[in-house]
Design a protein around this ligand. Structure first.
Ligand code: NDP
Length: 246
């Protein structure tokens, strides 16, 4: 029997990368899954098809989490389309790296809008609609704990903000039986950070395992935290980083 039967999950940024692998893993574990995307309609449709092929319900919602109204609308669409929301995976994120002096006001506003404000507003909307047993899992970054070189000011700031949010969510939502946890991936092979990219070898060298991770290696933990077995885990942070932080 599937562990996640009767769970309805929303994964932001579920059309590609870690979000797509997480949406699929949740469905393999028995959940029905809504996923958002910004522009990748075809990618999102492929993930929906793969989930439906597993016999689960799926829904793709175009929603830029950097837009406050769209972030809230994604949660509303999930409840309208799949009947409820039990688990939210805040995965959508963008990485803008560069020297401090080169980062523009537009860069700052966009990164904070997607990586921080979007997470806050999506969580606020989802928590308001969750019952006891609700799950909030947010994707941070290994750069929240350890910034191995220059160029990461804006991105690391945005991901470190999630630590405060996660702890405060756990405290505030605990009495309603809702948990909140934070997962910090290390270098993971995706479009954002390809394992054959120019900085890949340096990143691999920073891990204890000496390699990039795969999206599936992150998705397994996220699905556990979003599922019914993670009843006594909240306010916690987990590195899935090959030992980057060790
Ligand atoms: P990708 O760039 O490969 O995929 C990003 C996904 O998020 C896509 O589905 C994309 O949709 C969606 N997305 C991007 N911006 C928005 C937005 N504004 N609103 C809604 N959806 C959006 O990223 P990864 O899978 O690599 O990263 C996923 C998360 O993991 C991010 O939060 C990232 O910061 C974090 N992370 C990644 C690491 C890595 O090495 N890959 C390391 C540490 C953390 P679309 O297809 O429409 O563009």
């Amino acid at each position: 029997m599937s562990t996640h039967d009767a769970v309805v999950a929303l994964v932001t940024g579920g059309s590609r990368g870690i979000g797509a692998a997480t949406a699929l893993r949740l469905a393999q574990d028995g959940a029905d899954v809504a996923l958002t995307y910004a522009s990748g309609e075809r990618d999102a449709a492929e993930v929906v098809g793969a989930i439906e092929a597993l016999g689960r319900r799926a829904l793709a919602v175009r929603a830029d989490v950097g837009d406050p109204a769209q972030a809230v609308a994604a949660v509303e669409e999930t409840v309208r389309g799949l009947g409820r929301i039990d688990a939210l995976v805040n995965n959508a994120g963008i990485g803008v790296l560069g020297p401090l002096e080169a980062l523009t006001l537009a860069d700052v506003d966009r990164v904070l809008a997607v990586n921080v404000r979007g997470v806050f507003l999506t969580t606020q909307a989802a928590a308001a609609r969750m019952g006891s047993g609700g799950r909030i899992v947010t994707i941070g970054s290994c750069m929240a704990a350890r910034v191995p070189g220059p160029g990461g000011t804006l991105y690391a700031m945005s991901k470190a903000a999630l630590t405060g949010l996660n702890k405060a969510l756990a405290r505030e939502l605990g009495e309603r039986g809702i948990t909140a946890n934070l997962v910090h991936p290390g270098p993971v092979d995706t479009d954002m950070n390809p394992a054959d990219g120019p900085y890949a070898a340096a990143q691999s060298a920073l891990t204890a395992l000496g390699r990039f991770g795969t999206t599936r290696e992150v998705a397994g933990l996220v699905s556990f935290l979003a599922g019914p077995d993670a009843t006594y885990v909240t306010g916690a942070e987990f590195a899935v980083d090959g030992g980057h932080a060790a």
